[in-house]
Every structure is written in structure tokens, then in C-alpha cells.
Write a protein that binds this ligand. Sequence first.
Ligand code: SF4
Length: 389
Amino acid sequence: MKYIDEFRDGALARRLAAAIAREARPSRGYALMEFCGGHTHAISRYGINDLLPANVRMIHGPGCPVCVLPIGRIDNAIELAGPPGPILCTYADVMRVPASKGMSLMKAKARGADIRMVYSCADAIRLAREHSEREVVFFAIGFETTTPPTAVAIKEAAALGLSNFSVFCNHVLTPAAIANILESPEVREFGTLPLDGFIGPAHVSTVIGSQPYEYFAEEYQRPVVIAGFEPLDVMQAILMLVRQLNDGRAEVENEFTRAVTREGNVKAKTLVAEVFELRRSFEWRGLGEVPYSALRIKERYRAFDAEARYGIGYRSVPDNRACECGAILRGVKKPTDCKVFGTVCTPENPIGSCMVSSEGACAAHYTYGRFRDVAIIGRSAAPFAAVAE
Ligand code: SF4
């Protein structure tokens, strides 16, 4: 398949691995964060870590949209869905994210709430048109990639005069999260999280372009290489980062030139700016409250804002005490550092959000890498006690 097969070529991967091994200097380490869950998935699926020399280390970042959604927001959606309540629509992965008191949207659905899985917000618009007697709410989540379609849906609802449609907006922004990580005590104060460079998002960057990362490269002196989600994209980006670090450069480079430009998708950005505005602050799982890191619906489209329509108030809820998702999303811990990884917590029974989506670090690690981790072999019943609260 064009643009897929040629980026999964094993012989080329081995040549790139040899180049990385040749150029990575044994005298230093290279701690590189892949921001996106798509890259985390590719790294686990294709065993990229196994191809790297020991001094080149990949650190998972917070770029999985389902993973960073805090429990309080899922609780909001469950409460809203009732019953009685509107038809609540959302993406499949969101339905499995653990909420508080052992609940999830999936369990709320089993208890009678009318919660429906959709492939896009256009499906939610269709439901609103087909059920004019019911209220329909789209539970919108995701980074800059999924924001433009939500903007399109809101504009379409306005054009159609759909008074029974609204959006519970939880869209978040990538640059604010990267800044938060770079400003974190682990990076700046204690130095416990060495971070030498970033692999920049693929899909997000097709929308926002490469320009927003120039600030990080310059201000924090960390190189950024935007890369596609195929294994050779990731390998090439690692080589480009190694070269920048060897040269003492901190620039934004674009490996994903087949889809990303400096400006990004101007039409999509204009659309988003028309419908959404910045929130002053938003809670992320793992990162806590991050200033100006999320969007809300502008006053002009307030009629389609579920938060205003239903008076949704946010309440922060702590994660399950056994779950290390917060530390994993900050890059401070690995999935196998969690006591319940692969025992109590599995993709079939996720305890934390990182085990839900295939882009989550724990799910990716469990699916593709767990048998290489001697650490979990021989675990006893202790993890089951750890999760009980
Ligand atoms: S293994 Fe499960 S409980 Fe542990 S950090 Fe990952 S998602 Fe959270």
C-alpha cells in the first residue's frame, strides 16, 4: 500500500538502526520523548526500542487523548447521561475509560443510560436530526486533530437550526502540554527526568504545522523532529535528533514532509478559531491544571455548548491509588513500574486510562512488549490487594 509499505521496510529499518548506533556517542545519553500516543504505539508494535543502542532511550509522553482526560470529566459525562438524560455520543475508547466508583460510560450504558458510540461528530449530528424529540450531546475529546471536525459539526448544527444538539467540549492543546512538561520540577528543578529532545506529533502537526514548536526549540533549547507514525518515520526522526544533539543544535525539523508544512492547515485553524476560544485552565490527567491548555465554545455558539446548557460543573477526582498513569503521562515512570500492570490491569479490565486506548503507553506495552519484561513474570497476588480501595 502506497505510503505504508515503503515506511515499514525491514532492510531500511536495519540501516537506520546501524546509522543511529554509529552516530550516537557512547560518552553521552540521548533521552528522547515521543509526545504522541501514535508514536508510542509504533515504538511498541515494531519493537523500535530493541533496535536502539542502550544510550538512546525513548520516553513516553502525554499525547494520547483518552489517557489525559481526567476522571472528573468522565464523571461529568456519566452524570449527564442519566438516565434520564440526553443521547450521549462519543468515540469508542472513551466509553471504557475508568471513572470514579468503578464506573465507566460503558457501565453507565449497561445501567440504562442512552450512550452511543460514534465514529465522528457527523454521526452525532445525524442522530440529532433523526431524533428531533431527544436531546443529543456529543462528548468531544482530543487534540488539535479532532477539533476541526467538532467545529464543523457545531457550524452545521447552527446552519440547520438543530436546537436539540450540543457539544461537551474537552478538546486540549499540544503546545501547552509540552511546555508544562518542560517546566515541570522533574525536568527543571530535580533533573530526574532528562529530556534531550522531542519527536513531535504527526496528525496534530498536519493541522497546527511545525511553527508552534519553534518556541520550545529556542526557549528550552530542545530539538524537535516532527515525524509520521510509521516505523521508518520514527527511526529517521531518532537519527535526526541524535544528529542535532551531536551538533549542539536545537531546531525544529520536519521528517513528515509528506503531510506537514510550517503553516499547517490554515482552513482548519481558521474554522477552529471561529468556533472555539482558550480556557484559562484545564485539568489533565497526570499534568494537573495546565493554563491555557484547552478550548471552550465561543459565546457566539453558546446555544451548542453542553456545559452551559446543562450547567455542568467540574470537580477534580483523584486517580485510583494503585494507578501510575499520572507519572507515566509525565514521562517519569514506565508501564512496568506500575504494580498492577498486566495482572489486575489489562486492556480487558483497565484500571487506568493508559490501558484503554491502543495509543496508551500501558496498552501498547502490554500488547506488544510485556513478554520481554522479566519484571512482571512471577508476580503474585499482591497486585490484587494494591488495587482494592
Ligand atoms: S497498568 Fe493500569 S493502573 Fe497501572 S499505570 Fe497503567 S493504566 Fe494505570
